[in-house]
Write a protein that binds this ligand. Sequence first.
Ligand code: GLU
Length: 912
Amino acid sequence: MWFLCEYKMIDFKVLFTVLMTAQCALSNQPNVGGIFYSNDEDLKVAMSVSAKLFNLTAIIKEVSKRGDILEITGHVCDLAEKGVVGIIDGLGGKATEHLQGICDILELPLINIQHNDLYVKNWSLINLYPSPVAFNMALEQLIVKKEWLNFTLLYVKGYSLSQVQSLMKMGHPTERVTVTVRELSGKDYREVLINTKKSGHTNFVVDCPSGHLEQILRHAQHVGLMADEHSYVFVSPDLFTLDLHRYRYGGVNMTGFQLVDLLKNEQLYEFISFYNEESGESLAPENLKIKVVLIHDAIFMLYQAMTKVTVVPTSLSCDSYESWTYGTTLLNVMKTNKIEGITRNMIFDGFGQRNNVTMDILELTPAGNQTIGTWKYDELIMSRPFVTAAEIAAETIMRNKTFKVLISKTAPYGYEKKSSDHLEGNDRYEGFTIDLIERIADILDFNYDFELEDDYGGLNPTTHKWTGMIAKLNDEKADFAICDFTITAERQSAIDFSTPFMTLGIGILYKEPSKQPPEMFSFMAVFSKEVWYYMMFVQIGLGAIMIFVGRISNKEWQNPVPCIEQPEELNNQFSFANSVWLIIGSVMQQGSEIAPIALAPRIITSVWWFFTMVMVASYVGTLVAFLTVEKNVLPFENVKELYEHKSISYGAKSKGSTISFFRNSSVPEYKKMYQKMEKNGWLVADNDIGVKLAETKTYAFFMESTSIEYTTQRHCDLLQVGGLLDSKSYGIGMKKGSPYKKYIDEALLKLKESGEIKKLKDLWWKEKMGGGKCSEKRDEEQKQLGMKNMLGAFVVLGVGCLIGIFISTLDMLWGVFKRSVKYNTTFKYELVEELKFALKFNGDIKPLKRPPKTGSGSAEALADLEGKDDITSLRSFRSAKSSDSRRTHHSHNSKHSSGGLSVAFARRRDYS
Ligand code: GLU
C-alpha cells in the first residue's frame, strides 16, 4: 500500500520540507506517466514539480520525432507496465488519437492539456483545456458585446476551426454580421495580412496555436495592422502570458482570455516557486503558459480523485490487452469531482470535456493588461465597457504608480531643506522643480520618490557611454529627471524631453565694476544718439518747410514800405537765414524777432514751440542725473570683448550644457575660449563656486540666464554683461520612448496656460531664499532718453507741419484763383507760375505787376491790361527793399494798384 500525505495549503517552505521528508521516507509512491516531445522542457519540469507536490512519482517519456507512432506506442506500453495511475498527454494532435486508442484498451486515464484539432469524445480521455463549446459561446457573446458588424477570422493553416465555428455562423446571410475568413500559411504571414489591410478590415479574431501568437503579432505590426483603429480578439488563452509591451502604446485593442485567476491563487504561487526553482527560471505567475498550468491541475485532479477512491496501481501489458480494474472508477471520480485548481473550477461533461469554465476577459491597454469582464456559468459579465486605448491611457496610465524622480541640489531648482526637525523622504527637499513635479503629480495622480543626482549627464568621449541622469533614465533606474535640465540635440538622441517649461540662454555673470565720475560730455548722453540725429534732421527739414510755406502764403508777402500805400513789390520774411534763426531761437528758448503772419506758418511755429518745450523739459529733467550719477564702466561689454581681454579669466560649469555649447561650437572664438577654459582649469564643479569666483576674483562666469537672474537678485554686486549667446529651454527628462511623455506634456501645458509655472518662478526667484534684495537699487539707475521716449513729440510736430502745409496750400490756391480771374489767364498757368516762384527758394521780393501771358503783346494791349488792375502807381524802392525785409511786418492787405508805371515793373519780374 502506498502512503499519501494530506495536501494542505500551507507555507511552501514547510510544504517543501514535508514533501522532501515524505519522499525520502516512502519509496512506494504511485506512478504517474507523462509523454512529451523532448524539446518541451517547460512541460517536463511542470510534470516533475507537480508530481512532487502531490507525492506522486513522475515517469516522463520523451518523444524525439513528431508523429512517430511506434515510439509513442512503446512509451505508453512502458508506462502501463510500470503501473501508472494515469498518463498526461503533452503531445496533442494526431498523437493524442493514437495514445487514446491504447489507453482505451488498457482503461488507463489519459489527461489531455491542449486544444485538440479533432474534437475527440472518448471515455478514457479527460481534457483540461476548455472545450470548443466553451470558446464558441464565449467568443460569440464577446463579439456581440463589441457590436462588431464585420470581422476577419484569421487562422493558421492546419489548425481546426472548431473553437470558432459559431463565429462563422454569425456570417450567415440572414445575420447582420459580415465574416471574412483568411488562412495564415507558410512562414511569412505578412502577405496575407497586407491583403487583409488592403481590404480595409479593422476587426480580427485570431485562432492559432499559442506558439504562433508572437509571429502573428509581429507581422501584423510590420504591415501596420496594430494602430488605433484595429481591434483583435485572440482565442488562445496564452496571449497575455506574452510580453505585449511593444504593442501597448500603439493604440491597438487586444482582447483575450485568461484561465488562471492571478489574484487569489495560492496554489499558483506555490507551484511557480517550485517551478522556478527546478527550471532555474524566474517567471512571474502571469507568464506561465496554459499547458504548464494545466499539467499541475491534471496531477492535482488525479491526486484528489485518489483521495476519494482506493486504487491499486497495477502493471499492465499491451500484449495481453489487459485493462486496469480501477481505471474506470478513477476516471469517473475525476469527471464528477468538482474541484478548483489553478485554472479554477474543473467541471467535465460525460466525455471528459471541460465545458463549464471560468475565464477572465482581458484587454491590453496602455496602462497594462486590464480585466474587463469574466466568462462564468456560460455568461459574459463585463466589468467595464469597451473604451479606446487613448481614453484608458489618459485616465490610468500614471495613476497610483510611484516613480523615481531625479533632482539636483541647484538653486533655485532644488535645495536641501534646512530644518531643526529630522526630515525624511521627499520632505527633505524644496525648490522650484520640487513644486513643479508636485503640481504635475496632482494632475496625473501619481506618487514619486526623489533621488539626488548632481551629474546631469553627458556622453563620455572615451567610453562612449552616457553618464549621470541620462544613464539612470536609460537604464530604467529612474523614471524622470527634473532640474535645470537643458534640452540639447546630443541629449535628445539618448532620452526624451518633455515640452519645455522655461526658456533661457547663456549669459555672462560678472562683478559690477567700481563707479566712475561722469565723463566730460556726459550732458550729451541725456538723449540717445538717435534722438540727437533726428533733432538735427527735423530742424533742417522744418527750415525748408517754413520757407516754402512762407512763400506760398499770401499774407507773408508784405509791403516793405508801409508808408507807401500801393507798393510795386512785396517782401517775404521767410528767407533761409530767418527761418533757421526762428527755429534755433525756439530750441534755445530765446525766441527771435521773426514772427509769422499767415495762419499756416503760425501753426507750424506753434507746433515747433510745443515740440521744443517738450524736448527741453525732458532734457533738463534728466540732465542733472547724468551730470551727477557715477557710472559703471565695464571692462568688456560682450563675449567678443571678453575673449579679447587679456586679464580676465572666465569659466562655466564643468559638466553641463554651457560648456558643451563652447566645446561643440563652430564659432572659432568660442572654440578657443573653450580650450582656454580647459587648459587653465577655469571650469567649476557647480554654479555656486562660479558665483563665488565671479564675486571675489576677476572672473566672468558663463551661466544660464535663468540662473543669472536668480543670482543677481541676491548678489547685488553681480550683473549680467551683454546679451545671450544662444537660446534653449529646460525640459523634464525621461527614457526614450517613454509612454508618460504625452501625459507629462499635457500636464505641463496646463500648468503653463494657467500661469502656475510663472507663479512658481516668481516665488522661487523673487521671494523665497532672499529674493528681491537687489531690485530696488537697480531701479535707481538713470536711463538715457531714447527715440521711444520722445517719439510722441516728434509725431505732434509732424502732424502740425502737415496741417500747416495743407492750410498754406489752400491759401496759395485761393491767391492763384484770384490772379487767374484778374489777369484773365488760366488757373493752371497761374498755379505753375506760382509754384515755380515758390520752389525757387530764393528771392524774397515779389513784384506786383507782370508781363502779359504772351511775350509778343503790343504796348497798347499791355496798357489795356494794366488799366484793369486796381493797383495804383508807386515808386520803386528796390534798393532799400532787401535790407528792410528782415523787419517785422504786421498784417495788412496789399492794395493792388493800376497805372502806366506798373508796366515797367512788371517787365522786371522774371517768371522763366
Ligand atoms: N543646465 C545645464 C545642464 O543641463 C547645467 C548648467 C550649465 O551648464 O550652465 O547641463
